[in-house]
Design a protein around this ligand. Sequence first.
Ligand SMILES: Cc1cc2nc3c(=O)[nH]c(=O)nc-3n(C[C@H](O)[C@H](O)[C@H](O)COP(=O)(O)OP(=O)(O)OC[C@H]3O[C@@H](n4cnc5c(N)ncnc54)[C@H](O)[C@@H]3O)c2cc1C
Length: 597
Amino acid sequence: MTTEHQGTTRRGFLAGAGAAAALSLWPATTAGAAPSGGTRVAVLGGGVSGLSAAHELAERGYAVTVYEYYDVLGGKARSMDVPGTGTGGRKPLPGEHGFRFFPGFYRNLPDTLRRIPFPGNPNGVHDNLRGGTEALFAREAGRPDLHFPLRRLTTPPAPGDITPSWIRDQILSLLDVGTRLPAHEAAYFADRLLVHLTSCDARREDQWEKTSWWEFIRAGRMSQEYRTLLGIGQTRNLVATRAEVASTRTVGRVIIEALLLWGLLGRGMDGDADIDRVLNAPTSEAWIDPWAAHLRSLGVEFVLGTEVREVLHGGGRVTGVRVSARDGSRERTVTADHYVSALPVEHARRTWGAALRAADPQLARCDALQTDWMTGVQFYLRTPTPVVHGHINCLDSPWSVTGIGQAQFWDKRDFAADYGDGRAHDCLSAIVSEWDKPGILYGKKARECTREEIVEECWAQLKDALNDSGKTTLTDADRLGWFMDPAVTGLGGPDPQNREPLLIHPTGTLYNRPSARTGVPNFFLAGDYVRTDVDLATMEGANESARRAVNALLDADNSGAGRCRIWELYRPPELEPLKRVDEVRYRLGLPNTFDLG
Ligand SMILES: Cc1cc2nc3c(=O)[nH]c(=O)nc-3n(C[C@H](O)[C@H](O)[C@H](O)COP(=O)(O)OP(=O)(O)OC[C@H]3O[C@@H](n4cnc5c(N)ncnc54)[C@H](O)[C@@H]3O)c2cc1C
């Protein structure tokens, strides 16, 4: 296995996933044929939102057909086989769009995971989650790395968590940050958090939604350390949105409050969940494939290799959906009683024609929603390389590289025995979230690089972060091969494309997010761009949006079935009185009590 080999197989993989594969998957049923029994629902898109909607509907007796572009389900969450890499009865090496993180504050998605049966697991797929105990904020140029303990403050460290080198790193990194982050800047940040924590909902949805995180924390006037640690590290690296434009409401509510603050205090969590959780095997093995099997057992039909082209509208209702094979052939119209669009926004809006848009103005507002590139690269290593028991955030890397050593969490797998040709013992799964800044090897932006250059840059930036302070964590000799998401095409050419970008959250995004219920009585929206309480483009948002879409459909159908439960983000009762005071101040046009500017 070499990098060239990977590049070659990738091209072969893409070609193989074309028309021929699509045709072979075309169902034997005739165009628009109704699944037997029940009211028919067409779910457009088989990602987390589409599968979540199908699950809720099938459990309530609806006859669901899911139309999906790829030949596999799971959307951005799916894992992918690296073609041609499995020998001797082993599975191919596992690749993915980007590694999967299930924070403990997710409540909706975990509820779905519990309802997907998995052999030997009393709580279904949910029992496949494993807790990470640390996040590593890796620094470059010999600076000590910051190990951030992610066990709740109420949970004692596990045996073996506290080693002499951990203690040394911890002290050094805190001293290092302490000497570079001026005390008055740290104090200012704490004050800003207090402002956000005590702001009423109306102020958050107005003032803070219109203010960028950069401006809110006054990053422009602060030290480089403050900007890297508290600005970029919490935004670009985690959710691909630049701190300079990211909505304060979204970053403050979700990343700072729900994920970190309440997570550390163990408030509003999914049972006794750890803050950081990952699956114990490649995502499709641990979750998506068992999910698809369960949905099939509930009667859900999947029509794969099928592109949704247009949602047709007439007489105030959706009348059908024009679909085709991926190469445009075999166009036909499929019909149902209700339609749930669960396509990502950049694809969904292309399927809404003028008549449909005229029926609901919120569809046109979706044109203002923005996406950006956030793409995974996996490195297959000869030796087990856990790095840290959780995620790695290369804080100083120009391409905002993050990563995780996966084999340590795959406790029911033996990586070398189960995957590839037996030589790889680990997969270091990385994500590049910044595509518009020059790298350190070629001085080019990721968007300007070839696929091979991106991989080398990503590796170099990982090494810069992890091979300093007297350690050598990654060596070239240890690297056996790599895989990069095939959704990105045309790299190194004049017009590279990414079929699967991620919704980002610049200021004002909230106002353009549509509700799951539309102005068309038999048309509903699911997807991570739909307005949800979690308000962040995540698998949790995708799942919550599906619950909202199904509830709207049940209302439209006058269904007597129980509505899907929706969990909203935790609200600390202690802060409610202060928020009420702030509501009065907001209505009077006054700043938050703690807002000293
Ligand atoms: C690199 C990366 C890492 C991420 N990591 C995490 C994480 O750790 N935790 C987390 O919670 N979230 C993470 N996310 C976000 C998360 O993956 C998404 O928010 C979520 O998967 C979106 O689900 P969805 O169903 O809305 O959309 P998608 O997953 O995009 O699914 C939509 C489906 O529709 C299909 N489709 C598109 N167009 C058509 C068409 N015309 N016809 C038919 N089908 C079509 C697609 O093929 C896809 O299967 C990450 C995202 C990225 C990009």
